[in-house]
Design a protein around this ligand. Sequence first.
Ligand code: EPZ
Length: 427
Amino acid sequence: MDKFRIEGGRRLEGTLRISGAKNAALPAMAAALLTSKPVCLRNIPRVRDIITMGKLLAHMDARVELGAMPPTDITIQAEKISDAEAPYELVRTMRASILTLGPLMGRLGYARVSLPGGCAIGARPIDLHLKALERMGAQIITTHGYVEARVPADKRLRGGHIVFEKITVTGTENVLMAATLAEGETLIENAAREPEVADLADLLIKMGAQIEGAGTSTLRIRGVSSLHGATHAVIPDRIEAGTFLVAAPITGGELVLEGCAPQHLTAVLWKLAEVGVEIRQEAADRLRVRSGGKLAAADVTTEEYPGFATDMQAQYMVLATQATGASVITETIFENRFMHASEMDRMGANISVEGRQAVVRGPTPLSGSEVIASDLRASASLVLAGLVANGSTLIDRVYHIDRGYERIEEKLSAVGALIERVRQGRS
Ligand code: EPZ
């Protein structure tokens, strides 16, 4: 398993290019299952989850062609689907494999997808995905660790009125994809409003789907009999951008982020401004960020979009360790997303966690230590902590970060960080 070694205390300065959003690219790739024609996707980040989704689609007999990198184009053609199954070996490495359920049901009326199980940040059930598909006429059984869903012979999924009890991002995406090929109209209420959901709707519309309300909490989909191919560039990664927006002020540095989407970052930009970070929008896709001097503690609560993203909570915690005063961080989306706090404490932070709240008292100097990454965003936060710490930090299990950040060590090195990948025998 590879590790990262970081020599902290270096000021970051320069320009970074933001990659395409992993969480927009994954549903876009799954959407290619809805048509027999080629779907060409642009701005795809070269990260491990994309490779896993490519393997999953290839397992179903889709042709998956990756272009030159970076940014990477990918063309997927699912002319026929010989095996509508997402096997456990792939699903256990990437929960987003569940995104194949909706399109397979829409196109074939049959799917067998391994149950993802819990993960480091919470139980993460998929009951809401399944209930919604049942309302659209699917018969679902779970057996041997798999979800088997089918519509009765000679029938298609039918449109339905879905009201999500809780906002779910991939749940909304699954139902949206299934509904594009269902018979009649589907109304989804309490839909997720994340930009990645709206981006998926944009792609589906290019493929011939009839969707109203993209980006709002009410989606109306009129099912069509078939979809065609399309070319689509996925949106920039707002979480990668947010991570670098924290990297600049904690190192006393100044960064320019190119190719980002500031309109998707409003809650993060406001919160960082409250802490005392100076951010200037220089163009539609360009932000300049630096510390505005002293950083002041500010409370934050994670929420569904357009609120402050849970995927930015761990990175914000590092900023809070460098701010003066007590910051109360409340995590409302996942029940176990503070695993990084104890690793930061080992580096010298003063964080107390109780249930869904963490209180960070700062500023505290951090000292380089050996730490273990527990999930994707926790790993990103430990990289940030390593950048600010005195001395050397060794981060174990960086495969988590490779799942979602494109060449993070190269990007950070290019702006002055001392970070290297320590390659170890593959496990
Ligand atoms: C998506 O996960 C993202 N993944 C996550 O990013 C992100 O943290 C999350 O949305 C929240 O923004 C992808 O887009 C591939 P949810 P998802 O369903 O869709 C509960 C990252 O680091 N719930 O919106 O799985 C669930 O347990 C990852 O890039 C149910 O109870 O999240 C959670 O508490 C991590 N039943 C809440 O809803 C269900 O059927 C929101 O989860 C579905 C969800």
